[in-house]
Design a protein around this ligand. Structure first.
Ligand code: UD2
Length: 335
């Protein structure tokens, strides 16, 4: 079933309200009537822009940030959507959302905060299934979850290299979708564990292929983006290519789209590895290459993955999810 678009609803309501206004103002003189109709049309448009569009979730109030990509995907910022309207649309579809999170080695220490805050902010009121991949299943904290929400722990081997842990995520996400999720639910998000939710992350983020703009580079010119620049790598992005720099720490979409992404990134990563190449930012580099070729249908602003060490910029009206400050030397198996 195609995803409903709130803008279509706005347009329908606008069309109805225009007709209603015109019908109640029938006039007798033809010339005067044309004039009157024009006035009525302008008034209807005014009413539509001022009252109907905001009510329907189409809010034009953000002029300080980019809210649409050149390929016409929405860029989601606070103030650009109506959460109640979107929730009511998706509630009728009875959707469920899977989330993956990896907590290997010492990263298990971040899981409690992640899970507790997910209960407070991540798709509240919807069916959510969190899959925790860990080599320390006994240390997974008990967190009380609301009805309709559940957690599954999936054991994975330990590793001596953090690069391998973060890179192997694509393979495990691919297997999870193929072996467990096909036919169950509709959407999936893949998130970094060393992070916390601080604000709503909900139905506004749903889409076919969803990417999050990296908080560290959204003010930078494209030439500063840390894409993989060696043409030998399958993650290569040339100087004149690239749209945004996206995070490896949060991405998602429909099961079908994320499966394709995970499969492609995994096979490119493995083919590179056979030739002795590891992309600059492991799977994040492959993800950025993938998103350049396969444009995301929805782009989430850096509200959806901020970094606690950064001060909040004025265009960030809310921080929804943020990476905690960590000491790499202490927590990674190899610093
Ligand atoms: C960035 C990305 C991360 C990944 C990495 C490059 C963001 C915010 N973060 O983060 O997603 O692309 O660069 O590889 O975009 N992990 C473990 N145990 C470990 C090491 C890692 O479980 O010993 C998992 C854990 O879920 C962690 C994730 O891998 O959240 C990413 O590792 P990181 O947070 O150390 O990478 P970082 O901060 O450089």
């Amino acid at each position: 079933m195609p995803e409903p678009h709130p803008l279509l609803i706005s347009v329908n309501i606008a069309a109805c309200s225009t007709f209603l206004l015109l019908d109640t103002h029938e006039l007798s003189f033809i010339g005067y009537r044309i004039c009157q109709r024009m006035i009525l049309r302008v008034s209807a448009l005014f009413v539509f822009c001022l009252f109907v569009m905001p009510l329907c979730g189409f809010n034009c109030s953000r002029t300080d940030v980019v809210t649409l990509t050149p390929w016409l995907a929405p860029v989601v910022w606070e103030g650009t959507f109506n959460p109640d309207l979107l929730d009511s649309i998706y509630q009728q579809q009875d959707i469920s959302v899977a989330a993956t999170v990896f907590a290997v080695g010492k990263y298990i220490m971040f899981l409690k905060n992640f899970l507790e805050t997910a209960e407070e902010y991540f798709f509240v009121g919807f069916k959510v299934h969190i899959y925790v991949f860990t080599d320390r299943p006994d240390e997974v904290p008990q967190v009380k979850m609301a009805p309709g929400r559940q957690l599954t722990v999936l054991p994975v081997p330990s590793s001596n290299r953090w690069q391998e842990i973060s890179a192997r995520r694509m393979e495990l996400i691919q297997k999870l979708i193929e072996e467990r999720l096909q036919g169950h639910g509709k959407y999936i998000f893949c998130l970094d564990v060393d992070s916390k939710f601080h604000g709503r992350w909900g139905t506004e983020s749903l889409g076919g292929l969803v990417a999050v703009i990296h908080p560290g580079y959204y003010w930078d010119p494209r030439s500063n983006f840390p894409y993989e620049r060696r043409p030998q790598s399958r993650a290569y992005v040339a100087e004149e290519e690239g749209d945004f720099y996206y995070c490896g720490g949060a991405f998602g979409g429909s099961l079908e789209e994320v499966l394709l992404l995970a499969k492609t990134c995994r096979s490119n990563f493995e083919a590179d590895a056979k030739e002795g190449i590891e992309a600059a930012w492991q799977e994040e580099s492959h993800l950025n290459r993938y998103m350049w070729i396969n444009k995301p249908s929805k782009v989430l602003s850096p509200e959806y993955l901020w970094q606690d060490f950064k001060s909040r910029n004025s265009e960030i009206h809310i921080i929804r999810f943020s990476g905690v400050v960590k000491n790499y030397a202490e927590i990674r198996p190899n610093a």
